[in-house]
Design a binder for this molecule. Structure first.
Ligand code: FRU
Length: 614
């Protein structure tokens, strides 16, 4: 007979042995060892370049420490599959060739014992391979908008133009299609519409994950990192949000982090540093979102290394409902005058005109230290929005764009439901690139316009429709280009004449539709996506959005339809609306109808847009 003590020790030894028995794997390229209820080792034993990690989206993140020869190389958070595998994400093993790689995984599931942990779906689905398929497997992946190859994306950030190349960085999770592990993903383009994907540019480190920021080309080597070095500033986000710097001497392909990071610290939440060279005062200026204080801080520096806080803008002004994020400050000419004004973009979440996240802006003056917004006659500062759709956020501009252009890109989603939209291999696209301008509205105030960048025109194929006609109550119907899934640009001029409104409806055989209406009396452009297709993944998704139109008389519209988005631009971007839509099959038909009278529709053109190689 064993004594109770020896019996207990024996039982413990059996449990330990069971725990250490490797569980079944798909092949022998990994070896799994369960150490405890919530702790498992995955040993890489195969030779391939990529470790595939199985993900289940509804599961909590597991903490994954990557040990290389026993040293913790990095920590990532991955929703490792418990009951089913939704998709797999790749971990690049090539930097560790010839070394011993082990994942030390701490799962976050509540389990009774080690035996239960062994049942998790992920263990049998880890494997080492030589390739990770990145071809598009999703029907909603846009054809001519930038998307990440795989994984989650939010804000575009750190964008610059140099030597004929547009560099776009973005908030990226390489290890899943929900927000996590913030890293700067990187794509480049010669023309803002055809994008090439590159390896991650800036990855998390001991100071935190890599939140949004900006990049500049240091033409005069003010920072000492070399003439024409690309300097990036970003927020290192962990327990605190602090501002860090990285420099690149290969045109932004790879970055070296500054040894003296962090460069700017505050004892309150602050993020998304955005820099530019201020010619008049001969110094660098950096705006920083003082998120919870609902204001933007303005710093200056001679050398990008030493920063002085000069002022704060925004407390109590504009929309104060959400956190303030992703600032951008730049000067623009005022259309039709010889004046220039400064624009401060101020992304906020929530508090947008139709709920959730949106981009507000202020127009005013900047003297190198302080931004002052223009006021109305009664002394108040008006709230203005750059885009009146639900899916336009974190918009910031490229630095150093050619020909004095102020080119911006926004994130085409909304924090309300971005993680729930019906895609999986990737999540989120960016908006079309847009050119900023300032115009005078019919109320005498200045507004920012946002027009499609001229490069977008090159996507047009031969028009499949080219018609002028009278729009009446019974709709005139036109086919969208069927051979490329209805992906198109619709351009037209509308003179409402006796009609109260003109509605353009995109629809499919399932009866799903998105309706864009110009209301003549109200001077509004609206879009109804309540019956646009799949809308039930979030109660915040079905919506009617509306934009004021600052324009008496006939209007011109350009409508860009991609697989899961509609962008509407009125007259050179004086009214803009960006909305996602998820029709179960592509829209096939455009119907044009007038309400309460007859309207003249001129030059209706439907151009198929040739999908870019995204
Ligand atoms: C805006 C934002 C930024 C932050 C980033 C994190 O969408 O919240 O303020 O830097 O996303 O991914």
């Amino acid at each position: 007979m064993l004594s109770d003590k020896r019996l207990a020790a024996f039982a413990a030894a059996i449990v330990a042995a069971a725990a250490l028995t490797p569980s079944l794997t798909a092949d022998d390229s990994v070896k799994i060892e369960h150490l405890g209820t919530n702790n498992t080792l995955v040993r890489v034993t195969g030779d391939g370049d990529i470790l595939l990690m199985p993900v289940q989206e509804s599961i909590d993140d597991a903490k994954v420490n990557v040990l290389v020869d026993g040293k913790n190389e990095r920590t990532m958070f991955v929703r490792l599959a418990k009951s089913k595998v939704d998709y797999k994400v790749p971990f690049d093993l090539t930097p560790y060739k010839g070394h011993n790689v082990v994942l030390n995984i701490i799962t976050n599931q509540s389990r009774a014992n080690v035996r239960e942990a062994k049942d998790d779906a992920c263990w049998a689905n880890f494997s080492v391979t030589d390739s990770f398929p990145t071809e598009n497997t999703e029907k909603y992946r846009p054809a001519f908008h930038h998307t990440p190859l795989y994984g989650w994306m939010n804000d575009p950030n750190g964008m610059f133009y140099k030597d004929g190349v547009w560099h776009l960085y973005y908030q990226w999770n390489p290890y899943g299609s929900k927000w996590q592990n913030m890293t700067w993903g990187h794509s480049t383009s010669p023309d803002l519409v055809n994008w090439t994907h590159h390896p991650a540019a800036i990855e998390p480190d001991g100071l935190g994950t890599i939140f949004s920021g900006s990049s500049v080309v240091d033409r005069n080597n003010t920072s000492g990192f070399g003439k024409d070095a690309v300097i990036a500033f970003y927020t290192s986000a962990d327990a605190s949000q602090i501002q860090s710097m990285a420099h690149s001497s290969d045109n932004g392909m790879t970055f070296t982090k500054f040894a003296g990071n962090p460069v700017i610290t505050l004892d309150s939440e602050a993020r998304d540093p955005n820099m530019f060279w201020h010619q008049e005062s001969g110094q660098w200026v950096l705006t920083l979102a003082h998120a919870l204080d609902h204001e933007m801080l303005i710093f200056t520096s001679p050398d990008l290394r030493n920063w002085t806080l000069q002022s704060a803008f925004g407390k109590g002004l504009g929309c104060q409902d959400g956190v303030w994020e992703c600032p951008d400050l730049f000067q623009l000419p005022v259309d039709g005058t010889d004046k220039k004004k400064w624009v401060l973009l101020c992304n906020i979440n929530p508090g947008g005109p139709f709920g959730g996240s949106a981009t507000q802006y202020f127009i005013g003056d900047f003297d190198g230290k302080t931004f002052k917004a223009e006021t109305l006659a009664d002394g108040t500062v008006p709230t203005k929005w750059l885009d009146y759709g639900k899916d336009h956020y974190a918009t910031v501009s490229f630095s150093d764009a050619p020909d004095n252009r102020r080119t911006v890109i926004g994130w085409m989603s909304n924090w309300q439901y971005a993680a729930e939209v019906p895609t999986m291999q990737y999540r989120s696209a960016n908006t079309l690139p847009r050119e900023m301008g300032i115009f005078t509205g019919d109320d005498g105030q200045l507004y920012v316009s946002s027009a499609p960048s001229p490069e977008v025109d090159a996507l047009r194929g031969k028009a499949v429709v080219n018609r002028s006609f009278t729009a009446k109550a019974s709709a005139k119907k036109f086919n969208l280009p069927a051979d490329n899934d209805g992906i198109c640009e619709i351009a037209l001029d509308i003179d409402t004449r006796t009609a109260k409104a003109v509605t353009l409806t995109l629809s499919n055989a399932q009866g799903e539709k998105s309706a864009i209406t110009y209301n003549a009396a109200g001077h509004t452009l609206s879009m109804d996506r309540t019956q646009s297709g799949i809308v039930d993944f979030s109660q915040d998704f079905p919506a009617v959005t509306a934009a004021p139109v600052h324009n008496a008389g006939p209007i011109s519209l350009r409508i860009f339809v991609d697989r899961s988005s509609i962008e509407v631009f009125e007259k050179d971007g004086r009214a803009v609306m960006t909305n996602l839509v998820f029709p179960t099959s592509p829209y096939t038909t455009l119907s044009v109808a007038a309400d309460g009278g007859q309207a003249k529709v001129q030059n209706l053109r439907i151009y198929p847009l040739t999908p870019a190689a995204n």
